[in-house]
Design a protein around this ligand. Sequence first.
Ligand SMILES: Nc1ncnc2c1ncn2[C@@H]1O[C@H](COP(=O)(O)OP(=O)(O)OP(=O)(O)O)[C@@H](O)[C@H]1O
Ligand SMILES: [Mg+2]
Length: 214
Amino acid sequence: MQVVALVNQKGGSGKSTLVACLAVAAREAGERVFIIDMDPQKSLVKWGHQRNDRNMPVEAVSPAKLESALAALTRARVTLVIVDTPATDSPAADAAMRCADLCVIPARPTIFDIWSSEATRGKLKTLSKEYAFVLNQCPAMQESQRVSDGAAALETMGGLLRPLVGARVDYQEAARAGMGVTEVDPDGKAAEEMRQLWTSLKRRLNRKGTQKAA
Ligand SMILES: Nc1ncnc2c1ncn2[C@@H]1O[C@H](COP(=O)(O)OP(=O)(O)OP(=O)(O)O)[C@@H](O)[C@H]1O
Ligand SMILES: [Mg+2]
């Protein structure tokens, strides 16, 4: 079983959105997925209620119970756990980081977001955890100087999962409907980028321990 935690102290960077959409893309690729929602806002728990799908269980878990929950999921032959965390330096984010095989840090392509993701990276370095960034909510003109500067900065800070994720209404529609973007419009651009992002993430997970936080 592999555990991925989406972390970033900066609010609104896209943690919950990407947890939902990656979970669905991974499920479609054959993983047995379980979502753990550690954010008191419970966005994913609400998304799960909306979805009402026993193949996509979502559960709120407290930091103290995370390890035992993961042990139970291993026994239940879940292959992938994706953990959503709150946008704070909290015991929940801490516990998720410690238990994760890989931490994914979504960041928007603005300088404030990139600076604040550095705090999260610092924490992961202290914990000697593996991490990779995802640049989320990129404007349609992906090759703008701002976006390519952001991508370069994140590459330097420890690696960027490709592709860049666009700002697209499908992500907002998916959240509203309890779906992933691969279900909202399977032939759309958002669906294609989520399938590719899952492939990159899976490849990174399988490269066990080759790039520890520097
Ligand atoms: N790629 C995207 N395209 C369009 N909208 C997006 C995208 N990613 C996220 N959003 C929107 O941005 C907002 C913040 O996203 P989300 O709630 O996933 O962030 P978060 O990091 O979980 O926030 P918080 O830290 O408050 O939990 C939401 O309204 C979401 O619909
Ligand atoms: Mg959230």
